[in-house]
Design a protein around this ligand. Structure first.
Ligand code: APR
Length: 246
């Protein structure tokens, strides 16, 4: 049973490209993380088993970068949409730039680098901000701490919740993702035919059906789109508030 479409609900689905202009590297661009390092070694349970210290060092460096980065005009424009819409941000990013820009509802489907978690079934998590996680640093259940991020082959978090948000949105903005990692990339298909769907990215191999593709930097296209949507919302509310006939 598909949820009711709420015209005033606006869902943003973001990837590494939305943080690129804040200085954080993407994964698959020319200077992306997976060109400089091996995702099998740095972002998989097998890599962790083989060389946990290398994995901890990799994420410790990324954690400091993420902590020092600042939200950019795209993050701020997305947060500004809350003035007129019920906004839910679903992000593949492990940084907190959406939150720091002011977005109040952010769903991290690939986890958060500012948190550590145990490696036992309890999954106890601890906020570490920009502090390193070291080999021998243990969870209270005695297991080694690791970054609280989702590695390849691990279960994505909040996937059903994310799908439900997108399926009930009147507007969907997909920004800064190559849509190449599943199952999260399939979220774009949950958007309804009647929803307004926009994809902002520099390069996507196959833009999803029904989305208008804006090939642009996020800090250019997203503020312009947000301004248009906010102006339309003001116009609609003015029309709704027309003075009663004398
Ligand atoms: N503005 C808009 N889009 C941009 C910008 C920018 N300034 N810079 C890069 N992009 C686009 C690229 O064209 C590409 O389509 O952002 C996308 C980045 O794609 P990826 O590097 O694949 O990042 P992402 O889609 O977020 O990766 C998904 O893969 O490795 C896993 O867990 C990791 O969450 C990540 C997932």
């Amino acid at each position: 049973m598909k949820p009711e479409v709420q015209p005033n609900k606006l869902v943003v689905f973001s990837g590494a490209g939305v943080s690129a202009e804040s200085g954080l590297p993407t994964f698959r661009d020319a200077n992306g993380l997976w060109n400089a390092a091996s995702w099998e070694r740095m972002s998989s349970p097998q890599g962790w088993k083989k060389d946990p210290k290398a994995v901890l060092d990799f994420y410790n460096a990324r954690r400091i970068e993420a902590w020092q980065a600042k939200p950019n005009a795209a993050h701020l424009a997305i947060a500004s949409l809350e003035a007129a819409f019920e906004v839910v941000v679903i992000t593949q990013n492990v940084d907190e730039l959406h939150e720091r820009a002011g977005s109040s509802k952010v769903v991290h489907v690939h986890g958060q680098i500012a948190y550590a978690r145990g490696t036992s079934h309890t999954r106890k998590r601890y906020r570490v901000d920009d502090a390193p996680i070291t080999l021998g640093q243990l969870c209270e259940d005695g297991s080694q701490l690791r970054p609280d991020v989702v590695w390849f082959g691990e279960d994505v978090e909040f996937l059903e919740e994310a799908k439900s948000h997108i399926a009930s949105a009147g507007k969907v903005l997909v920004v800064g993702t190559s849509l190449s990692v599943f199952p999260v990339a399939s979220l774009v298909k949950a958007a309804r035919g009647r929803a307004e769907k926009v994809l902002v990215s520099l390069d996507v191999s196959r833009p999803p059906y029904g989305y208008s593709f804006v090939r642009s930097k996020a800090t250019e296209a997203v503020p312009a789109l947000a301004a248009r949507w906010l102006a339309e919302a003001r116009q609609n509310s003015n029309e709704l508030r027309l003075p009663a006939e004398p």
